[in-house]
Design a protein around this ligand. Structure first.
Ligand code: ZN
Length: 123
């Protein structure tokens, strides 16, 4: 069952993409700025902050990938249709996460699987 993406949905995705890209740019700029620190405490704080920024950048990069993926999927298979089970994705969920290509159940399932893989890796 394929559903065509509507204009407002397309706009929402594009806006989400632009704001994510802008945010990414800002964060990368923050990382590029060299901060002069005097004492060791400041260095530690600075390192933690950089780590957090780095983590945020990775999260946003993934989000950007998801957005682009959702845009491609919208062309190929339709928008708002779960990639795994083919069910229609809850419109409220789509409004909050326009980049989603999975329904709630499949999303939870894939998170469970990712966690299991992580556990296996750490053993
Ligand atoms: Zn599903």
């Amino acid at each position: 069952m394929s559903k065509k993406i509507t204009k407002p949905q397309q706009t929402a995705l594009q806006k989400e993409r632009e704001s994510t890209m802008r945010e990414l740019q800002n964060l990368r700029d923050t990382l590029r700025i060299k901060v002069e620190v005097e004492d060791i405490d400041e260095v530690a704080t600075e390192l933690i902050e950089r780590d957090q920024t780095q983590a945020l950048i990775i999260t946003l990069e993934e989000k950007l990938k998801d957005i682009e993926h959702a845009m491609e999927q919208a062309e190929v298979a339709g928008y708002g249709v779960c990639e795994r089970c083919g069910k229609t994705i809850d419109p409220e969920r789509l409004e909050i996460f326009p980049e989603t290509t999975l329904c709630v159940e499949c999303k939870l399932e894939s998170e469970r699987m990712a966690r299991r893989q992580q556990l296996q890796r750490s053993i």
